[in-house]
Write a protein that binds this ligand. Sequence first.
Ligand SMILES: [Mg+2]
Length: 228
Amino acid sequence: MGYETILFDIDDTLLDFKAAEEQALSWLLQEMGIEPTLSVKNEYKKMNQGFWREHEAGVLSRQELLDNRFRLFFAQYDHEVDGPKTEAQYRRYLNQGYQLMDDSLEVVAKLSQKKELYVVTNGVSATQHQRLTKSGLAPYFKKLFISEEMGVHKPMKEFFDIVFAEIPHLKKEKTVIVGDSLTSDIQGGQTAGIDTIWMNPQEKEATTIKPTFQIGKLTDLYQILEEF
Ligand SMILES: [Mg+2]
């Protein structure tokens, strides 16, 4: 313990990605003249999840999925749309989402007074810069490590090698990563040889990947990081 350096994941740790997805979907539906009711949105989610299962099963490539999901979905409502163009529009809407997770701004502001905070995120550089700036989180971080700029991503050891090399005087035993994903944040932290804090508000069961700590909300960090 006695952590000095905190590496933060962004999506579903500090920013609410699910809320951003909800909003982007609503905007897209409205643009198509379809009322974004719960049942329409659920219909889309069901269809989308089905496509991702086909992708996982190797039936559908990621590109095919992204190029066709909205075309097939809107066809059900007798709307003929260009799949890739609609996907691009959805992504533009998604990139505009920067809804904060509960307490995230306060927690980050407070921690930044005593700890060195860094962002470690898998994502598109322009998008993540924009969302961190608009949400007000950006000034509290010494540096942002974004996979697209680095050419490697979490949980790769190479991602963390770059992070450690670029943080001055970093001590691994005094460094911890906070994130919601067992497979990228927690696995990545373990491979890199640092402690891990799993953001797990739904109290999911840990798999074979065991974090050092678990939290249900960001304010739980005060206790783990002490001195607050
Ligand atoms: Mg995340």
